[in-house]
Design a protein around this ligand. Structure first.
Ligand SMILES: NC(=O)c1ccc[n+]([C@@H]2O[C@H](COP(=O)([O-])OP(=O)(O)OC[C@H]3O[C@@H](n4cnc5c(N)ncnc54)[C@H](OP(=O)(O)O)[C@@H]3O)[C@@H](O)[C@H]2O)c1
Length: 287
């Protein structure tokens, strides 16, 4: 085996789509420059429903393989890992990169189909009910919303890392795993409060990332090593930030710019960077 493969979640739109494009473009450059060592041969673009942009990208090259599935169902991450393992085995590739990008700032009041009618009625009656991050303690009543926020932001990244761990440990290449956190997930950096579930879900994700970093580095000792990190993409102009951009005083990045900066950072990670939390500009964020 010489070629490698990468997995990108949330690849349908926003930062995930931009990162998919950027990583594909980098792999083409590596090919033209006769890059030494292992080359990225395949990008597994994980999503619920592929957008027309992602479908177009996959149609343009066999290097992009769309893998549809759920990150939040009971067997979703394991099923995705099976599809990815089969895809790697078919081409004799080593899985060496994971970009955990899928995430949400808030979750609908109810997500289950049997509650859809109630959900629509409640949201129509009170548009803000459960569809915005909580601002005050009295907003902390929406258990379904909180569980859904944690399911995608906290549990999905670590469950996918867990499901892919055997593949990361089956070869001697260095492994790079980055999970898209947010500066607001830093407990030290929290000066404003609010956004309770989003903050806490990213803080929980950070804790999972740190533990995964310790375990994967131990399991990859003398097998190429691992750099597992949390990253903050900046405030990025996507559907996620759109409702809140009017309050933002600092620079708002284009998804392409944020994705490019973080891809460069992740591809240059050293073993001593394992278990750290980085912003898009390379500065370290305290946990
Ligand atoms: N934008 C910012 O300013 C900002 C700032 C800090 C951190 N972040 C983080 O950056 C990451 C990417 O955000 P973005 O700005 O690109 O957001 P976005 O444009 O809203 O895209 C979110 C992505 O996550 C996927 N996703 C959301 N909920 C999901 C679920 N329950 N199951 C599976 N996939 C789900 C979406 O898939 P579908 O297309 O299927 O809905 C979409 O691909 C997130 O983790 C976010 O927390 C963003």
């Amino acid at each position: 085996m010489t070629g490698t493969a990468a997995v990108i979640t949330g690849a349908s739109r926003g930062i995930g789509l931009a990162l998919t494009r950027a990583r594909l473009s980098r792999s083409r450059q590596e090919l033209h420059l006769g890059h030494e060592g292992s080359r990225l041969e395949k990008l597994f673009a994980v999503c619920r429903n592929p957008s027309s942009e992602l479908l177009g990208l996959a149609a343009s090259t066999p290097r992009v393989q769309i893998v549809q599935g759920s990150l939040t169902s009971a067997t979703g991450p394991a099923d995705l890992a099976t599809a990815i393992r089969q895809g790697c085995a078919a081409d004799g590739l080593m899985l060496s990169e994971l970009y955990n990008i899928a995430g949400s700032a808030c979750a609908p009041f109810f997500c289950h189909m049997d509650c859809l009618y109630v959900s629509i009625c409640l949201i129509l009656r009170e548009p803000k009910l459960g569809v915005e991050p909580e601002r005050r303690l009295e907003d902390m009543a929406n258990l379904d919303g909180m569980l859904n926020t944690f399911a995608i932001n906290s549990f999905a990244p670590i469950r996918l890392i867990g499901a892919l761990a055997p593949q990361f440990c089956s070869h001697d290449q260095m492994v790079r795993v980055a999970s898209w956190s947010a500066r607001v997930g830093s407990i030290t950096d929290n000066r404003l409060g609010g956004w309770y579930s989003y903050r806490a879900s990213k803080a929980a994700q950070n804790s999972f990332t740190k533990s995964a970093a310790i375990e994967l580095q131990r399991r990859k000792q003398r097998k190429g090593g691992a750099a597992v990190v949390a990253v903050h993409p900046g405030t990025v102009d996507t559907a996620l930030s759109a409702p809140f951009q009017r309050n933002v005083k600092h620079e708002i990045l284009r998804p392409e710019a944020s994705a490019q900066m973080l891809m460069d950072l992740i591809l240059h990670l050293q073993l001593e960077d394992n278990g750290k939390f980085f912003a898009y500009d390379g500065t370290e964020i305290p946990w």
